[in-house]
Design a protein around this ligand. Structure first.
Ligand code: MG
Length: 387
């Protein structure tokens, strides 16, 4: 399937017992809104659809620019319920819709066919992780769908299952991407006036970086700004000097100033910086965290980097234990992946969960923003519904 309308229509068909994938035995009890026990006949069926996320603006970082993001949406059927998941695939991550499709076939054939109990999350996702070394977004597409499903079985959202308080969520930042046109940067700044925090992508050289900040500050003097250099600054002495200048402009946090492998330079910078320095590209998965202690003040967790909600929750605990500060981020992605990440938001000091509002064709509704603050709902699982 390639058409989203057909995807959603199919969903309606499945709920009503459509014969598209012959779900007779699986959906015998599909009228139940909640299922509390595993019966012998229950088995998993994983479906997926390629989807193109259309960006409202050209998305430019220090190394690339694009107008769309390839996405794969997943549905995990079990016991008359469906869990939604997503893989968002910005090109620099190295995954494609084709690689995700191939991976998901292996998940269905090699892993899900062996299980009939969704609560065996640890075993299922460990086996999914073992299929291949990388493919982290494909793994996240399974992880998110399984969490959504289990939350629906339990009738509770994940933020509540984990014991978090919904009111503890931070405000999200909203990203203003680089643009060559002063007028477009000005327009983007005015469009972002609702947001309590802005995020600006820098790392295009001193002139361009200062130009972006100058235009934004001329049009919005007061809103705090996070900077994401995306590894774009090449020299630690320059970076420190520039960070001092940025602090005077009301910038409050710096993400990934230099090359992700150069932990020594980051440690030097972190020791001296007047603003917190956060690892993004340097922090992919749980295993990366111990070596980042001392090199950064904190880490940016993203589900597409770390294989999903299960590992992200573990990263929160490890970061807490190591006294590393926490941020949650996202790719340009639909409300499925953003709402899954938002379940962790109560544990975060900073959040950059604007991926869904950077899309012009989001096909789900889920986590909302209330004057910029992440607002979790009480819907079970990850709290999303197809539009
Ligand atoms: Mg970043």
């Amino acid at each position: 399937m390639t058409d989203r309308r057909r995807f959603i229509k199919t969903l309606g068909g499945l709920a009503a017992g459509s014969a598209l994938i012959k779900p007779t035995e699986i959906f015998a009890s599909s009228s139940d809104s909640r299922k509390t026990s595993v019966s012998k006949g229950d088995r998993f069926i994983l479906e997926w659809e390629n989807f193109t996320g259309e960006l409202k603006y050209t998305f430019a970082i220090s190394s690339s620019a694009r107008n769309t993001t390839p996405i794969v949406l997943t549905r995990l059927h079990w016991g008359g319920l469906v869990g939604y998941g997503e893989a968002s695939l910005p090109p620099y991550l190295g995954e494609t819709q084709a690689s995700v499709n191939e991976f998901l076939k292996k998940v269905q054939t090699n892993v899900l066919s062996k299980f009939n109990d969704p609560f065996r999350i640890e075993e299922i996702l460990s086996e999914v992780d073992a299929i291949a070394i990388n493919n982290t977004a494909a793994k996240a597409a399974v992880d998110i769908a399984l969490h959504d499903l289990v939350g629906k079985i339990m009738g509770q959202p994940w933020w509540k299952i984990w014991g978090f308080r919904a009111e503890d969520t931070p405000c999200t930042s909203y990203t203003i991407g680089w643009d060559a046109s002063d007028d477009i940067v000005k327009e983007k700044t005015h469009e972002a006036s609702w947001s309590k925090v802005l995020k600006v992508k820098l790392g295009r050289g001193d002139y361009e970086d200062r130009r972006m900040i100058r235009i934004i500050r001329e049009n919005n003097p007061g809103t705090p700004i996070y900077i994401d250099a995306n590894q774009g600054w090449k020299d630690k002495v320059y970076a420190l000097d520039f960070i001092h200048w940025l602090k005077e402009q009301g910038i409050t946090m710096i993400e990934q100033p230099m090359n992700k492998y150069d932990l020594d330079s980051h440690a030097w910078l972190t020791e001296r910086s007047p603003l917190p320095i956060i690892a993004d590209e340097s922090c992919q998965r749980l295993v990366d965290i111990p070596k980042l202690k001392g090199a950064f003040h904190g880490i940016n967790i993203k589900l597409m980097k770390c294989t999903g909600m299960r590992e992200a929750r573990e990263m929160v605990s490890l970061a807490n234990a190591l006294d590393l500060r926490l941020m949650i981020g996202c790719m340009t992605e639909t409300s499925v992946a953003v709402s899954a990440a938002a379940q962790l938001a109560p544990k975060m000091e900073w959040a950059d969960l604007d991926g869904n509002i950077l899309l012009s064709n989001d096909c789900f509704t889920g986590m909302k923003l209330t004057e910029g603050k992440i607002t979790l709902n009480d819907l079970p699982g990850i709290g999303v519904k197809p539009l």
